[in-house]
Design a protein around this ligand. Structure first.
Ligand code: GLY
Ligand code: MN
Ligand code: MN
Length: 384
């Protein structure tokens, strides 16, 4: 299980170069660390990558020199990768390297600061380099997972499910939200995750009606709905899970709220079929909630892609009828169609101030005839 083995990296670099060629670029300056990781396997926290038709330079600083050198000498090497060490600063090193190659150099507009863009433009213009703003070129390649990425995500989802089962077995009235978050995060470490994927959410009682409440001081109390939403990075890849439980028996209204979201999630999972629009998956969840009078209570999209980032393409939400205009970017159209190899969350929710909130989230892998649900925790209401 190695999603950064040399054969996979070589295939990704070929696709990256083809994408650049189609966008009319002579080179692409990659500044998103997840994109750099995807193309090279580099795991450090500071780097840039210059990808050209026939070269690949990793620009990084002295902190990573030994790690890169060791990797270059290993069987896990990234094909063709050359190290370009930063001596003064990243912008100077980038300008020096890029300045040797006149032409159109793509920059990642979502990931390069305006300051760096201005400095590089000024430094490179005299040598005949033109910076071309791009968006989503490498992110677009990451949407369909390869077999090693799928193996890692499958394993990660199984481990995250085990964390959820362990924590839910211990829930009871009187525990503080923060204490529960601590138990979740301890479970993540124990199960081999390298870090949480985001700030763990434990939202009880009134806070459950806030979709992104943090874990606070409140003590879990009888009758509460409690939203537990957490994720972790495992071997570089993020998985994400939400369950909503009740402390003691729920009121009939809260049970109805739970059942509406559970049914909405089941409808969305059933709608995950290759060839359908991602917006139809979202629509399937939305229709169930609308039918139960909860249309306005579902205030977010149905899901998001998972991979080297916890939120990445594709977006599972309503079709965007208008595309933002005004930015002059070389960018591929966002994915609209469900396709085998996509991994995304299905996480409808309903939030009713004064009553509480429910969200249920699973991670699915699109297959040739539907989807595999990678997270395996029971989806019926758990009364703790
Ligand atoms: N709380 C982050 C998510 O579920 O997407
Ligand atoms: Mn989540
Ligand atoms: Mn999520």
């Amino acid at each position: 299980m190695n999603p950064f083995n040399p054969d996979l990296l070589a295939a990704r670099l070929t696709r990256g170069r083809e994408t650049c060629r189609r966008a009319g670029l002579d080179a692409l300056l990659v500044t998103s660390l997840p994109n750099i990781r995807y193309l090279t396997g580099f795991e450090g926290t500071a780097a840039r990558l210059l990808l050209t038709a026939d070269a690949l330079f990793l620009i990084t600083d002295g902190r990573y020199r030994e790690a890169v050198a060791a990797r270059q000498a290993s069987p896990e090497a990234c094909p063709g990768l050359r190290l370009h060490l930063v001596e003064q600063g990243y912008d100077e090193a980038t300008a020096e390297l890029a300045g040797r190659r006149p032409g159109a150099i793509g920059i990642e507009a979502d990931h390069l600061t305006v300051t760096a863009w201005q400095l590089l433009s000024a430094a490179l213009a005299p040598g005949g380099c033109r910076l071309v703003p791009t968006a989503g070129l490498i992110e677009g390649l990451r949407v369909l997972k390869d077999s090693e990425e799928i193996a890692v995500l499958r394993e990660a989802a199984a481990r995250l499910s085990a964390v959820a089962v362990g924590v839910m077995a211990e829930l009871r009235a009187g525990l503080q939200e923060r204490q529960v978050a601590h138990q979740i995060e301890a479970g993540l470490w124990r199960m081999g995750f390298s870090k949480p994927a985001f700030d763990t959410i434990v939202a009880s009682g009134p806070s459950s009606a806030l979709p992104h409440a943090r874990a606070g001081d409140r003590l879990l109390a009888a009758g509460d709905l409690v939203v537990l939403d957490f994720g972790g990075f495992y071997s570089g890849y993020a998985v994400d899970l939400t369950r909503t439980v009740c402390i003691g028996e729920p009121s009939s209204e809260r049970r109805r709220l739970f059942e509406a979201v559970r049914d909405a999630q089941a409808a969305a999972i059933a709608a995950v079929q290759p060839g359908r629009l991602l917006s139809e998956v979202d629509g399937a969840a939305r229709a169930v909630l609308a039918d139960r009078g909860l249309a306005a209570a579902f205030v977010h999209g149905t899901g998001h892609g998972l991979g080297l980032e916890v939120h990445e393409a594709p977006r599972v939400g309503p079709e965007r009828l208008t595309r933002p205009t005004g930015a002059d970017l070389a960018q591929p159209a966002p994915p609209r169609i469900v396709a085998p190899g996509m991994v995304f969350t299905i996480e409808p929710g309903a939030y009713v101030p004064g009553l509480g909130g429910v969200r249920i989230e699973d991670d699915v892998l699109v297959t040739t005839d539907g989807c595999d649900v990678l997270t395996t925790v029971d989806r019926d209401l758990r009364v703790c």
